[in-house]
Write a protein that binds this ligand. Structure first.
Ligand code: AN7
Length: 412
């Protein structure tokens, strides 16, 4: 493996990969990890377990480093024919990230991020989170034996995610503010107190998340035409696109997919920017959506996401809460796949884009469903209602099961 470098995406200034730095010190730009295209081919991976570390040569962590892992990645790619008909496309696949150790794609990033934290000698890690990042970081920090601090927007984190952060022993701090304010706080406090920051501004995390692209190519046997990804802080779409670019750079694929970035209508600064063809986002002060995971008004990784969308000849759109919930239900009852609301945005976006003639009905698309249904049980009760309650007698239950009396023959 060639020596990885940390490089500013704006002014190209380079930093030592062992330095703890999150933004370019000259221009403030985002950093990314780069290395020369490694000399590998797909056969090299063939006999290894399916998951993030299968692609060891493509992950810029020094050989010999002790890896912090919970067997992340290697998630199923489900072909969804009924959902494809519902959305109006020929072929639709769901890359089901809910099958990760803590139930979201964040684990792909945390295995690399926490491995890096430990190799740098960090004793404590921190993040701000809409929920999944904190759940994942708490678990990986526990696995590594490192102290974990998480700052959450009060009252806006789904119960399953909060439960995970608490049980894995993170110090959980709830701020009376939104995610963007929590992120600003954690960035300031990490700098001043020397705690290693593991939000997706940390480029090492994206090095784990990019493996989703590698898995997709192996699972499909080819490069998909379009990959639809929900966007919050915009790390994941950037990471997946980086994965495809690196495969292409290493000569391992001959074409790249179009990337489709989908935001929730009440939290769509990137989509607004692209619609107006502007050069930067206007942050949304009070973002609002039922998909609390992507309730983010000032996404730090927006320049990388814009590059993913523009650079891939991709598309972008926002979807309403109503569309998100309708789609979440469709995924659940047409395919048996349980996803949280933010995840459903990727599929909702595909249906909308087919109707708007932005995706051809003959296309083959992959939707990244980022988190598990059980992350947000309260949302489920809100949108599905509570179950009917009855006294414990046969008449009450049979009245509900069949409004007509059952014919005697049913019982022989
Ligand atoms: C299920 O946990 O930002 O665009 O703090 O949990 O990479 O931010 C979560 C984001 C999509 C958006 N789907 O990904 C956090 C957090 C789910 C998520 C996203 C998130 P990014």
């Amino acid at each position: 493996m060639s020596e990885p470098r940390l490089k500013c995406i704006i002014c190209n200034k380079e930093y030592d990969p062992e330095e703890i730095v999150y933004n370019c010190k000259s221009c403030g730009g985002l950093l990314e990890v780069t290395m020369d295209p490694p000399d590998v081919s797909w056969d090299r991976f063939a006999n290894r377990p399916f998951g993030v570390w299968r692609y060891r040569e493509l992950i810029p962590i020094k050989e010999g480093t002790e890896i912090v892992s919970l067997d992340e990645g290697g998630t199923p790619l489900y072909r969804c024919d009924r959902l494809a008909r519902w959305a109006g496309v020929r072929r639709l696949f769901i890359k089901y990230e809910g099958r990760n150790p803590t139930g979201s794609f964040k684990d792909r990033g945390m295995t690399v991020g926490v491995t890096k934290a430990r190799s740098l000698g960090s004793r404590a890690v921190a993040c701000a989170s809409t929920g999944n990042t904190s759940a994942s970081l708490a678990a990986y920090a526990a696995r590594a034996g490192i102290t974990c601090y998480v700052i959450l927007p009060s009252g806006k984190v789904a119960m399953g995610k909060l439960a995970q952060a608490l049980m894995h022993g993170a110090k959980v701090i709830s701020v009376k503010g939104n995610f963007d304010q929590a992120l600003k706080l954690v960035m300031d406090v990490s700098r001043s107190m020397g705690i290693y920051l593991l939000n997706s501004i940390n480029p090492w995390r994206l090095e784990g998340q990019k493996t989703l692209a590698f898995e997709l190519v192996e699972q499909l046997g080819h490069v998909p035409e379009l990959v639809s990804v929900p966007m919050g802080n915009c790390g994941n779409i950037s990471a997946i696109w980086k994965g495809f670019k690196e495969l292409s750079g290493a000569g391992m694929i001959s074409e790249k997919p179009r990337m489709y970035g989908v935001q929730a209508a009440g939290a769509a600064p990137v989509v607004e920017m692209l619609r107006k063809n502007l050069e930067s986002i206007t942050p949304i002060k009070s973002p609002e959506t039922i998909a609390t995971a992507i309730r983010i008004g000032n996404p730090v990784n927006w320049p990388k996401a814009v590059e993913a969308i523009r650079g891939s000849g991709g598309i972008y759109d926002s979807v309403t809460d109503e569309e998100i919930v309708e789609t979440q239900k469709a995924i659940a009852y047409l395919e048996g796949i349980g996803v949280e609301p933010a995840s459903a945005a990727s599929v909702a976006g595909v249906r909308k884009a087919v109707r708007a003639c932005l995706i051809h009905p003959d296309a083959e698309v992959v939707c990244v469903c980022t988190g598990h249904l059980l992350k947000d049980p309260e949302e489920v009760i809100t949108v599905c209602g509570k179950p009917v309650e009855i006294p414990p007698d046969l008449k009450a239950v049979s009245d509900l099961i069949s409004p007509e009396p059952l014919p005697q023959t049913c019982f022989g």
